[in-house]
Design a binder for this molecule. Structure first.
Ligand SMILES: [Zn+2]
Length: 609
């Protein structure tokens, strides 16, 4: 945020016109209705205990139980989501914070009450499986039972499960220690900006410094960041080792082959999806190098350093886009998805699913969220710039995915899983890019858009795969028995960076320490899904634009499928096979093609000057 923006006061929520605020009356007409529902759920809770030990008694009692469970879960979800969304409107307000606290407690209570269900189903699995095959009403729970079945061999005895669940709070330790150290204890130094003003470095400002057109600023920020991390590097290494040990422990006690399989199998993702991604991207690195060479040439640098990767290649392009204009773009950009899709988008605008502008106390960022019987709402902090327009497209992707799935699926299979979660949002961003690219005449704007598009590939497909490779290597190292020192970690990390960037970029020594500040390395095999989701979405958008109706039909079927199949099968519905390298190769091809387009645009601009 620059000084000018800081001077403009953020408006109070009351001063914003209603049409720019979401209408949450679909949840509750007023807070009294919230209280009534809270009481209703509370009263149902004691009933849960009466079903313990009875799930295998008869089809009818099982149906009755699952129906009640659904009612409680939907009710609790509504209480939780509504109070959080109201609190997000103004995080300084105490009233909805209070409601949210109560909803959170209620959710935990509900979860604990239902914790007997899975062990009991497992105990009487054959009996319950035969109930499902005999009853139409139980059919919608087939996926739920299948997942338990597939997981069966990794579930331990009651006593062991109880110990693991008692201990699971300890497993959060490394992640929590990391975030306290990295977010609050670490003190960052001052960096001088382009105008010589002293500004304190922070996680949020780091990327702003790296986007500076002044290489001195980028270099100073880069060095300041890693000099700071180097002071604590042994502590970070100890934290990562503790995290890796919990992963290895979980994998061993649950009888998985290794920690990668332990992370992927519960989500029904074959390990080949992960290894395919890494090998395909490694084979495609010359395409990344071509893009980086263009970047080096365009920035007129003798040496391209690790701190030169984020600055836009086309400087001084100003887009100012009002929210109304952005909404019009959406209606145009998503035309390829057909009339029905557009009509739902219009409904989102007209029926006030979207909370558009920033106001005093409003939570930052953007999300799409709702419950089974409310619209999929969107929170934005809309600024009149190109990023906000892409964010709107992104969140509308999530919302329409939710909308279609909730429309077509019973509650049991209406929520989509993480592996496919970023597909619809990225498809929308890609369609928006193609639309804006087509309609923009100005070559500089066009080049700016293409650069923005290509950066999406670089930071999502290439960078996240680099992360995924690092995670795989360090887990394997620990599984072979050795604790990793900070030097080991830095050496492994540097080597992977060298192979990704070394052909074009000066891989500065300090980048070896970057592992220490990446939060995802303290969780578990998560980031690969950004790369796979992005690849799937790119391949899908291509199909939609090239094949038209046939591809659209399949895509909408995918959006309507929720979690009714495993994630790999779901994407096959849309014509994408993530167990093959094809979607990743298709994404790389797109990246390569637009790198050439950018090179030509930049040449034309240069010649016109
Ligand atoms: Zn998203």
């Amino acid at each position: 945020m620059d000084n000018k923006q800081q001077q403009v006061a953020v408006p109070k929520r009351e001063t914003i016109e209603d049409k720019y605020k979401w209408d949450l009356t679909n949840f509750f007409t007023d807070d009294g209705a919230w209280e009534a529902q809270y009481d209703e759920v509370k009263q149902l809770l004691p009933k849960i205990d009466t079903y313990i030990g009875s799930l295998n008694h008869s089809i009818d009692s099982l149906v009755e139980f699952l129906t009640m469970r659904e009612k409680i879960m939907i009710g609790t979800g509504q209480l939780y989501t509504y109070s959080k969304m109201k609190w997000d409107e103004n995080t300084k307000g105490l009233k909805y914070r209070g409601l949210f606290d109560r909803a959170q407690h209620l959710s935990t209570e509900v979860e604990t009450k239902f914790s007997f269900v899975e062990p009991e189903i497992l105990e009487h699995f054959e009996q319950i499986e035969s109930f499902i095959s005999q009853s139409n009403e139980l059919k919608k729970y087939q996926r739920y039972f299948d997942k338990i079945k597939n997981h069966r061999q990794h579930i331990l005895s009651d006593k062991e499960e109880a110990i693991i669940s008692e201990a699971s709070a300890l497993f959060q330790g490394p992640e929590n220690i990391f975030s306290v150290l990295s977010d609050s204890d670490i003190e960052f130094p001052i960096v001088k900006d382009e105008n010589g003003n002293e500004r304190k470095l922070s996680h949020g400002r780091f990327i702003q410094f790296l986007e500076s057109y002044d290489q001195r600023v980028r270099k100073d920020a880069f060095q300041a960041m890693y000099t700071t991390y180097s002071k604590y590097i042994n502590t970070f290494a100890t934290i990562i080792n503790a995290h890796l040990k919990t992963d290895v422990f979980t994998a061993r006690v649950r009888k998985y082959d290794n920690s990668l399989q332990a992370a992927l199998k519960p989500n029904e993702i074959p390990v080949e999806v992960y290894t395919n991604l890494i090998s395909t991207i490694n084979e495609s690195l010359p395409v990344l190098h071509k893009y980086l060479s263009l970047r080096k040439q365009q920035l007129k640098l003798d040496e391209l350093h690790m701190y030169d990767l984020y600055v836009p290649m086309v400087p001084n392009v100003q887009f100012s886009i009002s929210y109304e204009q952005a909404c019009e773009y959406m209606e145009q950009a998503f035309r390829p998805l057909g009339n029905e899709y557009i009509s739902i988008i219009q409904k989102a605008f007209q029926e006030r699913w979207i909370d558009v502008y920033e106001n005093e106390g409003k939570t930052s960022g953007a999300y799409s969220w709702g419950t089974h019987n409310t619209p999929p709402y969107i929170l934005l902090n809309y600024q009149e710039n190109i990023n906000s327009v892409f964010t709107l497209a992104h969140e509308l992707g999530h919302s329409l995915h939710s909308y279609y799935s909730k429309q077509e699926q019973p509650f049991a299979t209406s929520e989509y899983v993480i592996f496919v979660a970023e597909v619809a949002s990225t498809v929308n961003e890609t369609l928006l890019f193609h639309y804006l690219f087509q309609k923009t005449e100005d070559k500089k704007l066009k080049a700016y858009l293409v650069n923005h598009y290509l950066e999406g590939f670089r930071t999502t497909i290439f960078r996240q795969t680099l992360f995924a490779e690092f995670e795989k290597v360090i887990h394997e190292a620990l599984e072979q028995g050795d604790a990793l020192t900070s030097e080991d970690l830095s050496e492994i990390y540097y080597k992977i960076n060298q192979s990704f960037y070394g052909a074009v970029v000066i891989v500065d020594k300090d980048i070896a320490l970057e592992w220490a500040r990446i939060p995802h390395f303290y969780y578990n095999f998560y980031v690969y899904q950004y790369a796979t989701g992005y690849s799937a979405a790119t391949a899908l958008a291509r199909k939609i634009l090239q094949d038209g109706d046939e591809a659209v039909k399949k895509y909408l079927e995918f959006l309507s499928s929720g979690s009714s199949k495993d994630p790999i099968e779901l994407l096959k519905v849309a014509g994408i096979d993530m167990t093959s390298a094809e979607p990743i190769k298709a994404a790389i091809k797109e990246f390569d093609m637009y790198t050439d387009i950018l090179a030509n645009l930049l040449k034309d601009i240069e010649n016109e000057l």
